[in-house]
Design a protein around this ligand. Structure first.
Ligand code: ADP
Ligand code: ZN
Length: 754
């Protein structure tokens, strides 16, 4: 037999299959990892068996596989196919795709499987005779230690851990060994899997009686499971009971003998969230997220691979979990940008989920209170089946929302971060022993420039995006078209000298809170306070326990929290994310505000939300306050169509990083010329119009120099047409040839393009 092996080296030169002969007595499966001699020096190298064949015709001397690395296949057949698909779809190396499906620690043998040794007295041993044989003529024991150990072990029918014997009988190591050798004890390895969140017991709960909207969604998903496919967009307001629908749909998939994957944003993957699944499904779940220790991650992966798991819950990369027979994949908060990897290969977990569902005949459920406009467009067009849950469960009302115009506060002489209405609400909340969340929208807070007097924001006259301040050149710049403007000292709208970069920190909010309400207990959650492995969890648990009345935080507090005592949400500055020079900034702002507002009043006490802003008339803010997704969508999609932004167009970017600016400049320009040519040809070949390539330009990246290296980019904008797929394939093919030396892969609609 012969094996086609892909070596585990990420280099374009070796990203192909090498044939090895398989020794007579070795049995290998496709997907198994093996050790092979590789290269001129026959260096021992790890590899993957991609193909098996009985005959081989070619140069006579083939190298031979040294040994398999595990007794089981690391990849299923479906994963091998998925990897090939990714190679084609994302222009990555096959080995890069495969690596996503393995715990990194498995490679290079960095973790060992953790076992606990247990010894017991085999049934066939006659204890009386054994003790007798150990006794000397005078009644003493030849080896008192051995006697003691055997005596101890004989009391434990199921056996006892060797470590425990050492505890009872110090220095008994040699005795245990000798007894094993004589056959009086037998050892059995007992595998222990490290569990990510400890083993605290979780009380089992029962499925809840679904309300009519939940039922409708559930039955639609059930029908999909029956038919073996379908993509659903579950649009349900915060607190509408989406998670309950997920839980019951997963239960249904399991009943049908299938398995399920549940993806949630990393930040929502709290132990509380996991416990909800454990309460329903017991221990046949696995959890995968980036805070796991290497050992934990490896164990969870292996439990899944060995078929001991029915439901995998995890962040983005859990979509690659080695589950078979996947009947259902749920992606909660489907609009989250964290489902797209910003590292090579730059995959979208949702696209991968679609592919895996196609492979297994599974159903994909995308859920959100604020679906991405591109997803909602697909639902409107019927590509996704739309399921709506417009109300909260059990007649709990949506919170009441108030928008506060901070320009007026400023005019009235209030320079505090708290407006008068927010301060009043906070006061009332604290007095009644309820809890509040203060949310600080800090995304890109310092990049836009505005007037504190009137809220004027400097925008590009041509592009409908805010301009960015460039400190070096001391001017404003549009990153879409390159237009520049001087930074005036006086505001062009109100003439006052109140122009400043936006920016308040969480610490500042905390300080002012303590100054305003002396003695109040506050918790702060931001990048600084959540460095440790469990910090995020600890802060949330403390808040849930009621250790503090106020939680101050950034994006992290916006999602998933379901705390009955939280009745007030204060948004300190709603505007910050509105003016990021990105076509998605309105959508992101709307999503964030809707999500954070949804934290208030989720149980029996009514909720209240105060949104502070310098742009009270901005539709993204008005509509978020009204929780009116539909109208926001209509407005946003119209704008996208008008300006030809995604989903009506695709941006592609190639980023070049290197020490020599001139070289990068030339290289990015040459790249833009070359790829533009390829794309135009591909468009025409596919029967389209080359004009669909709206622009294709090279220039410095917005951050032109970082950590001493220069950055240049080529950007393409393609109008969406029937030929877009062909054009992108051509673009990827061109880019793949240019790879290396400071350039990785093309990015699609990247987050930091401008
Ligand atoms: P979402 O995921 O849409 O924010 P959840 O599923 O978390 O909503 O539901 C919000 C709360 O309502 C949870 O505490 C949940 O246990 C409860 N809940 C959900 N569905 C029902 C139901 N049918 N009957 C009673 N309570 C429910
Ligand atoms: Zn512009």
């Amino acid at each position: 037999m012969f094996a086609q092996v892909l070596v585990d080296i990420a280099h374009a030169n070796v990203d192909r299959l090498f044939t090895y002969s398989i020794p007579e007595d070795m049995e290998l499966k496709r997907g198994q990892r093996v050790l092979v001699p590789f290269g001129a020096g026959n260096k021992q190298t790890e590899g993957f068996v991609i193909g098996l064949q009985e005959t081989y015709e070619g140069p006579a001397q083939l190298k031979s596989i040294l040994r398999p690395l595990e007794p089981y296949a690391a990849f299923g057949e479906d994963q091998l196919e998925l990897a090939s698909w990714m190679k084609a779809a994302y222009g990555c190396l096959l080995v890069e795709a495969l690596r996503l499906m393995l715990p990194a620690q498995l490679r290079g043998g960095r973790v060992r499987e953790k076992t606990i040794r247990i010894v017991y007295v085999p049934r066939e041993v006659d204890l009386e005779a054994a003790f007798a044989s150990m006794r000397k003529k005078d009644g003493t024991y030849r080896s008192p230690k051995q006697h003691e150990v055997l005596e101890l072990v004989s009391h434990y029918a199921e056996g006892i851990r060797v470590g425990d014997i050492y505890g009872f009988i110090p220095g008994s190591g040699p005795a245990v060994q000798a007894l094993c050798k004589r056959g009086l004890l037998q050892e059995r390895g007992h595998e222990v899997f490290r569990t990510p969140y400890g083993n605290h017991p979780v009380e089992r709960d029962q499925p809840k009686e679904l309300n009519p909207a939940q039922k409708q969604a559930y039955f639609a998903i059930a029908a999909g499971l029956e038919q073996g496919g379908g993509i659903f967009l579950l649009h349900g307001v915060t607190g509408s009971g989406k998670t309950e629908v997920y839980l019951q749909s997963i239960a249904l998939a399991l009943e049908a003998g299938g398995k399920a994957i549940m993806l949630v944003p990393e930040i929502s993957l709290t132990p509380q969230a996991v416990d909800r699944f454990r309460a329903r499904f017991g221990d046949r779940i696995a959890v995968l997220h980036s805070h796991l220790s290497p050992g934990e991650r490896f164990d969870e992966w292996r439990r899944i691979r060995l078929g001991q798991v029915d439901v995998v819950i995890g962040a983005r990369s859990a979509v690659f979990a080695p589950l078979e027979n996947i009947r259902l994949i749920v992606v909660d908060e489907e609009h989250e940008s964290s489902y797209r990897s910003e590292m090579t290969p730059r995959y979208s977990a949702i696209e991968v989920a679609k592919k895996r569902c196609r492979q297994w005949g599974g159903v994909l459920v995308l859920g959100s209170a604020t679906p991405g406009v591109d997803s909602y467009l697909k639902a409107c067009r019927g590509t996704y089946k739309l399921l709506e849950m417009p109300e909260r469960v059990q007649n709990i009302p949506m919170p009441e929302t108030e928008i506060v115009d901070m320009r007026q506060e400023f005019a009235a002489g209030n320079t505090s971060v708290f407006s008068a209405p927010l301060q009043g609400r906070l006061q009332a909340c604290l007095e009644t022993g309820q809890q509040a969340i203060l949310f600080l929208n800090r995304r890109g807070y310092s990049t836009f420039v505005s007037c504190r007097g009137c809220g004027y924001v400097f925008e590009c006259p041509d592009c409908d995006v805010s301009m960015t301040y460039h400190r070096q050149e001391n001017l404003l710049k549009c990153h879409y078209c390159g237009k520049t403007a001087p930074l005036p000292r006086l505001c062009p709208q109100c003439g006052k000298p109140y122009i400043k970069y936006f920016g308040i920190g969480t610490e500042q909010v905390e300080q002012q809170l303590l100054d305003t309400f002396p003695g109040v207990q506050a918790l702060r959650m931001d990048l600084d306070t959540t460095r440790g492995k469990t910090a995020h969890y600890d802060i949330l648990s403390a808040f849930a326990r009621g250790d503090a009345q106020v939680l101050i935080g950034t994006q992290m507090v916006a999602k998933g929290l379901d705390l009955p005592n939280v009745t007030l949400v204060g948004v300190i500055a709603a505007d910050a994310s509105l003016h990021i020079p990105d076509y998605r900034s309105c959508e992101r702002t709307f999503q964030l505000l809707t999500q954070v507002a949804g934290r208030a009043g989720r149980a029996d006490k009514p909720g209240h939300v105060v949104i502070q802003t310098y742009s009270p008339e901005h539709p993204a803010i008005l509509l978020a306050a009204r929780q009116d997704y539909r109208q926001f969508y209509e407005m946003e999609i119209k704008k996208r169509r008008l300006f030809l932004f995604p989903p009506y167009a695709v941006f592609l970017r190639a980023l070049f990083i290197g020490p020599q600016e001139g070289q990068l400049q030339a290289r990015s320009a040459e790249f833009a010329r070359g790829i533009g040519e390829e794309v135009r040809v591909a468009l025409e070949k596919a029967g389209g119009d080359s004009q669909a390539l709206l622009f294709c330009e090279a220039g410095p990246a917005p951050v032109r120099r970082r950590e001493g290296l220069y950055r240049y980019q080529a950007i393409l904008k393609l109008a969406r047409t029937a030929q877009t797929g062909a054009a992108m394939r051509a673009a990827y093919a061109y880019a793949a040839l240019q790879r290396g030396d400071g350039f990785g892969t093309l990015e699609v609609n990247p987050g930091d393009m401008f």
